[in-house]
Design a protein around this ligand. Structure first.
Ligand code: NAP
Length: 464
């Protein structure tokens, strides 16, 4: 038979993971006007859009508007969504190889990195990953409970996830009630007695991972003052020289915003956000199994031979009383059955998106894109270029005949096998029922949507 890609012998592609990288894989395939491709996109949740739904902060609705673009892709006649189908349990690699010429993994990075310090497992110490999923109504995290009767909270890490988390803690219930934050989270935060939120960065303002719009928002709360210690805002000579030489305008903007905060006086707002630099947690201190304080060591910065500025602990210590700690020090991918993974990075071994064995041999027909390919970096749009690179490899391999040889590449064949493995698979039309229900409930309350946060209810609405 001729190479797949024609009307009567379409290329069959399976995308595992319906987040941004999965949807940008779709849109990159659509650009190939001469190629006939039939794509099935899978997700373990009954809902599509990955981190755009369950990761992007609820008060950043603008960032969620890309869903409209994804929605358009999903409506194409050559695309089928299979929600509530989990890779590794409902379907596995051997199954997929029976039905598809190419399989691409776009599952993101769902695990959190830990600090590796004593006390990390005390009650009251949480990962940002689960807190973000909780307030976004992810059904696996809806049962978590956070003790917002605590007045002092620490957020460890200085990336944009830390900014998201601190914003959610500092905003008023009135501000949060305009968002699509999960109802239970809104209710819990309505009774929050949090007064002080500390964001703890181990390096200085010139090395912080946040971006200018996100750090700027920290100075705009209706009922929280932001403070930065002037000695921590001041750059050391090496950082100052690097900032001056750098073409990266973001770093200069970040430093200027932080230094402006250091000049501000508190205005008596109900909450205070303290952004601290040059401190590393060395221990979470507890009483009766609960975190009561965090021990910090003051850092100085050292320039390595590789040009990277790193923190080095001094003998100066400080103990901050806190009753809640959120670790926001990055995400990593979950190792996947039958795929070569780089466990330290939390990624699938790959070269430009082609899955490779640990010995550097290309694995026919398997690809990856997004955070599980390159690690948890970049904004949503970064996945567009990331997926473009992988799809270019997929097309090149197709042209060279380096594809899988499925026994039954028909659309019906895949549909039948999925129906056996997961009779409650959710189609795109069924997801639209969930969507409609959420938006209708939301508009009655002047909110973008009221999320359904349990598996049972999602499935009941989808199958209604
Ligand atoms: P991130 O940007 O990589 O930031 C991780 C932070 O954790 C850094 O400040 C890092 O400090 C710190 N850290 C790492 N290990 C640490 C340790 N052992 N002790 C203390 N601090 C430690 O990760 P993220 O915040 O999870 O964000 C992931 C990606 O999503 C980023 O690309 C981010 O921009 C993106 N994102 C974007 C938005 C948005 O556009 N609004 C929102 C959320 C997320 P060092 O720099 O010193 O290593």
């Amino acid at each position: 038979m001729s190479m797949p890609g024609s009307e009567y012998n379409p290329l069959r592609v399976a995308i595992i993971g319906a987040g941004p990288a999965g949807f940008y894989t779709l849109s990159n395939f659509f650009k190939q006007k001469e190629l006939h491709v039939e794509i099935d996109i899978f997700d373990r949740l009954p809902t599509p859009f990955g981190l755009v739904r369950a990761g992007v902060a609820p008060d950043h609705q603008k960032d969620k508007s890309v869903q409209k673009v994804y929605d358009k892709s999903a409506q194409e006649p050559n695309v089928r969504f299979y929600g509530n189908v989990e890779y590794g349990s409902d379907i596995n690699l051997n199954d997929l190889k029976q039905h598809y010429h190419q399989i691409i993994f776009t599952l993101g990075a769902s695990l959190d990195r830990s600090l590796g310090i004593p006390g990390e497992d005390l009650q009251g110490s949480f990962s940002a990953t689960e807190f973000v999923a909780w307030y976004n109504g992810h059904p696996d995290f809806a049962d978590l409970e956070y003790d917002f009767s605590q007045e002092n909270v620490a957020v460890v890490g200085m990336g944009n996830v830390a900014m998201d988390l601190a914003r959610i803690l500092c905003k008023t219930p009135a501000e949060l009630s305009e968002t699509d934050i999960a109802d239970y989270a809104l209710e819990a935060l309505r009774h929050s007695r949090v007064k002080k939120v500390y964001i703890l960065g181990r390096r200085g303002p010139a090395q912080a991972a946040f971006t200018p719009p996100e750090i700027k928002e920290m100075g705009e709360f209706s009922d929280a003052d932001v403070t930065v210690l002037s000695e921590e805002a001041r750059l050391d000579a090496t950082s100052q020289a690097l900032v001056e030489q750098s073409d990266n305008k973001n770093v200069q903007k970040n430093v200027a915003i932080v230094q402006d905060y250091a000049t501000r006086k508190t205005t008596g707002k109900a909450r205070q956000l303290h952004i601290r630099f040059l401190v590393s947690p060395t221990e979470l201190i507890g009483e009766a199994g609960r975190v009561t304080a965090i021990r910090l060591v003051k850092n100085k910065l050292l320039l390595g031979a590789d040009g990277v500025i790193r923190p080095r602990g001094t003998d100066q210590e400080e103990i901050l009383p806190v009753g809640l700690v959120f670790r926001s020090v990055g995400y990593k991918g979950r190792p996947l059955p039958n795929l070569p993974s780089d466990e330290s990075q939390g990624t699938i071994h790959n070269k430009a998106g082609r899955v490779m064995t640990k010995d550097g041999v290309r694995v026919t027909g398997l690809y990856t894109a997004g955070w599980i390919k390159r690690g948890p970096t970049g904004v949503i749009g970064t996945n567009k270029t990331c997926a473009r690179e992988t799809v270019a490899c997929m097309l090149e391999d197709l042209a060279a005949g380096h594809i899988l040889n499925p026994a039954d590449p028909s659309i019906e064949g895949a549909k039948a096998f999925i129906a056996i493995r997961q009779p409650d698979a959710v189609s795109y039309e069924e997801w639209e029922k969930i969507d409609q229900e959420e938006v209708t409930k939301g508009s009655a309350q002047g909110r973008p949507r009221v999320k359904i946060t349990s598996w049972e209810e999602m499935l009941a609405v989808a199958k209604s």
